[in-house]
Design a protein around this ligand. Sequence first.
Ligand code: KG4
Ligand code: ZN
Length: 356
Amino acid sequence: MNEPRQPTCILAIESSCDETAAAVVRDGRRVASNVIASQHELHEEYGGVVPEIASRAHLERIGPIVDRALLEAGIDLEDLDAVAAGVRPGLIGSLLVGVSFAKALAWSRGLPFLGVDHVESHLLAGLIDRPEVAWPAVGLVVSGGHTCLYELSGPLDLRLLGATIDDAAGEAFDKAATMLGLPYPGGPELDRLAEDSGAEPEVELPISLMRRDSLDFSFSGVKTAMLYAIRGTPRREGGRTVFERSAEDLAPKQRAVLAASFRHAVVAALVRKTTLALEATGARTLLAGGGVVANRLLRRELEALAVARGLELRMPAMAYCMDNAAMLGVTAHERLVRGQRDPLETTASPTTRRGR
Ligand code: KG4
Ligand code: ZN
């Protein structure tokens, strides 16, 4: 049964990786503002996020971003009921900027502080602007840093079913895109190449399933297979590894086929493990969140899975798939209305509370 929604107005702050974000969320479901400043341009030349650069940029941007979130929501600090921040997981130096800012603001205004889990919040993004979820649900988080499956019996009752033992799916997409010579961050570029070219996944790459009944993921094998498919079999020469060719030697058609093949292998692994989780739990809803949910093949496959199994699929709107603070506001609301608060001694942690 849906309980009446308790009115709340929460400012949430996100700084776990390379996005500085702030949002004002009303009643745990309505987003009054959602401001995101990406740092992609600062990390582009390094081909990945440089932690020191990320935390400095958060520090410079956090004040103006919070101001803008309040302004766009049309509220003052007096209107807030709580301040929340993502406290885990993420880059510790980056997390500390948002957490310290949120705690200082909460303390100075005498407001409750809530430190929330970033990965779990990716799933609750599916609750924004939507009716209540039919529980239990299976939750799939696929992002640049995480690939996890959960069973949820309520918005805050999560049980971790499986996670990646090596690369996250988004990280694998980004690395494969770099191998193909696509610009950073490559996940969306690889998806675009596969989609727009209409290429078939003709190259057989391993679909990593681990043990048949395992709900863990592994993407290192498909990544290595992709490297060899692009550059040929490596050999040792004078103490160095030498490949047969470079990515520039590929014809555009070959490049597109490889992009489609990689996308197919990663999505197939995600969908098969999600199917196993649905069978194991008898869930009525499938929640999917994280940046990789932007992948068009994954979206289509999850839609088909939900139709085939007669369950409701919740994929957040694009703005709430990528890293954002609104999703943290949803989790904070659920905790606030249950009387939960976190002490100001709370600090950031690089891992989730479940340790992965
Ligand atoms: O959730 P997110 O914004 O940040 C993390 O928490 O990591 O996810 C970013 C990740 C990146 O690895 C990016 O390449 C990937 O999501 N991504 C995609 C697509 N759009 C974003 N991967 C595959 N296909 C896409 N369309
Ligand atoms: Zn994320």
